[in-house]
Ligand binder design. Structure first.
Ligand SMILES: CC(C)(COP(=O)(O)OP(=O)(O)OC[C@H]1O[C@@H](n2cnc3c(N)ncnc32)[C@H](O)[C@@H]1OP(=O)(O)O)[C@@H](O)C(=O)NCCC(=O)NCCS
Length: 205
């Protein structure tokens, strides 16, 4: 990792300062496949309020000099909105024991230097500082293999996530709605959850 790059967690008021950067990065990075998200700042500011309102959330920031080049979020599942909690409640999980990792967004030119690994490490450290959680989770969009906008050289992140200790839980999923770049209206996307036990040896379900 270049010596000008810093990766650090921010919380509360300090995190609020970075919301516009996080929104900008989400819009820019999630335009790429597989998200194809046609985002706007107004929606972003509303969505990110959940993180601002939770005293136990964290945003991990990556900077290169003064420039914010990446960010990653996490929050206790109990502080998430009802719609996020539903899949877990239905499947019989105790949401108080689950720590949810939101997005990781990093500009293309900064990938492959270990910043994504740091995003996971910093969020896990944060979770251990703020509570007694049993599971980490995040979700990822499912796209058909023959999706017309899938780049020929697209490499999905499954291996990267497996290497971070996460396993895909195909039976645990939800749907989010957003407008794809090639669509005129919002449509529902299937989001499948991945999980990792906080303590090695602990089972996921
Ligand atoms: C997800 C994302 C943040 C990963 O970021 P990244 O910085 O490229 O990931 P890393 O460089 O940390 O890790 C990638 C691999 O390179 C390795 N690596 C390469 N150079 C490295 C270095 N100098 N130090 C440590 N690890 C390095 C990592 O170990 C990892 O390999 P592994 O899985 O075999 O362990 C980035 O791909 C991204 O922004 N993607 C688009 C948005 C997205 O899909 N986000 C996820 C869903 S929200």
């Amino acid at each position: 990792m270049s010596t000008t790059i810093r990766v650090f967690p921010v919380q509360g008021e300090k995190a609020q300062e970075f919301i516009p950067d996080l929104a900008r990065l989400r819009i820019q990075v999630f335009r790429e496949f597989p998200y194809l998200y046609d985002g706007d700042m107004a929606y972003e500011q509303r969505y990110l309020q959940t993180y601002i309102q939770s005293p136990r959330s964290v945003i991990v920031i990556a900077t290169d000099g003064d420039r914010v080049v990446g960010a990653s979020t996490a929050i206790p599942m109990a502080d998430e909105t009802d719609s996020f909690q539903q899949a877990f409640i239905k499947a019989g999980y105790d949401v108080d024991k689950i720590f949810y990792f939101g997005e990781s967004v990093l500009l293309q030119e900064y990938r492959g230097q270990g910043i994504g690994v740091r995003f996971f490490e910093e969020r896990e450290l944060h979770a251990k500082r703020v509570g007694e959680f049993e599971l980490y989770t995040f979700c990822a969009v499912e796209r058909p293999l023959d999706h017309p906008l899938r780049p020929a050289d697209y490499q999905d992140l499954s291996e990267f996530w497996n290497h971070r200790g996460f396993n895909k839980k195909p039976e645990l999923y939800t749907h989010y709605k957003w407008k794809d770049l090639n669509e005129s209206l919002e449509t529902e996307k299937k989001m499948v959850y991945w999980m990792k036990p906080v303590k090695a040896g602990m089972h996921e379900s």
